[in-house]
Design a protein around this ligand. Structure first.
Ligand code: ADP
Ligand code: MG
Length: 319
């Protein structure tokens, strides 16, 4: 039996459908990232899972328990399921230690002390325990919020774009650290984000959400190599339409640049990116412009190039 079972959950706001028959099953301790553009229904879904919002139809089960929505429950939300979002509020006049202790106030003091000590240690916050939130960087504050959410040892952690305030380096470091910690704790994690790159750093189990509907679910490599739609394909990289073929596309990284061949073009733009130069190549026939990776940084604006690709790399996408 799956641990978390989401069964045909829909949510409408007046006439607007935010979530459409969303179904998902997760094993205990597994990680899933849900990727979708702004407005695709990610926050709506997480709020329903956390028992903080009412779905229009459908059910959420955690093990053999039905998650009840706030209309039916005296105190909304569950200790077993914690939701963290980017605007998570810390108590400004409480220290880091006090903030993390807060959810544990009803617990035995010696247990509380030991639990908080462990969390400070696990999240690398020991040195900051006596500081106030305003004396911390964004990344450190976010860690305190996460420690606070983990204090009661939730079984399920729902992350709603909690790293959006952080710069890239901080974010990648925090994702890496959290990944280890949460695996160690055996927590079941759903991470929603509009940044595919962040999702891939946490897990290779990815679900793509678009306009409240599941477009595709699978491991990252499968999604990249066999996207079902252009939308999914473009999350990974731009795609170039192949002339004279229907619905056929090729990724910039799958195009080879040669000095002879069939498809002739001219480099019209060249940008230096971290791992390669990105070229815009104007095709001679049809005037189309392709984006092509130049991993050896060989080509300049004005160069004539021939473009090659393997047929097995061609993506056929009808929608
Ligand atoms: P995401 O988190 O992916 O950006 P949301 O779940 O916040 O998406 O929103 C999904 C859709 O539902 C959006 O079109 C949004 O405008 C709408 N929506 C969200 N919350 C409300 C609300 N309280 N009232 C009306 N519409 C809402
Ligand atoms: Mg959101």
């Amino acid at each position: 039996m799956p641990y978390l079972s989401i069964r045909k959950v829909s949510k409408s706001y007046d006439s607007h459908v935010a979530l459409q028959e969303f179904s998902l099953e997760l094993e205990r301790g597994s990680f899933l990232a849900i990727v979708g553009e702004s407005g695709s229904g990610k926050s709506t879904l997480l709020r329903i899972l956390a028992g903080l919002a009412v779905q229009t139809t459908g059910e959420v089960w955690l093990g053999d328990r039905l998650i009840e929505n706030p209309a039916k429950k005296l105190v909304p939300g569950y200790d077993e399921i914690k939701l963290i979002h980017q605007d998570y509020q810390l108590f400004p006049n409480s220290t880091v230690l006090e903030n993390i202790s807060r959810p544990l106030l009803n617990f035995d003091p010696s247990y509380r002390k030991q639990r908080v000590k462990r969390l400070l240690d696990q999240l690398g916050l020991d040195a900051y325990s006596e500081r106030f939130p305003r004396q911390l960087s964004g990344g450190q504050q976010q860690k305190v919020a996460i420690a606070q959410a983990l204090a009661v040892e939730p079984e399920v952690l729902l992350l709603d774009e909690p790293f959006s305030h952080l710069d890239r380096i901080q974010k990648h470091k925090l994702i890496f650290e959290l990944k280890e910690l949460l695996h160690e704790m055996g927590t079941t994690v759903i991470f929603v984000t509009h940044e595919l790159d962040d999702a891939l750093r946490l897990t290779d189990s990815i679900l793509i959400l678009q306009k409240g509907k599941v477009v595709q679910k699978g491991n990252s490599r499968d999604l990249c190599e066999h996207p079902k739609t252009r939308y999914v394909a473009r999350l990974f990289s731009p795609i170039n339409l192949i002339p004279d073929r229907f619905d056929s596309y090729i990724r910039p990284a799958d195009v080879r640049l040669r000095t002879k061949g069939e498809i002739l073009g001219r480099v019209v733009d060249q940008r230096y990116l971290v791992h390669y130069n990105s070229l815009l190549v104007q095709l001679k026939n049809g005037g189309q412009v392709w984006e092509v990776d130049d991993p050896f940084r060989k080509y300049q604006v004005g160069d004539r190039v021939y473009l090659h690709f393997d047929d097995e790399k061609v993506l056929v996408l009808k929608s």
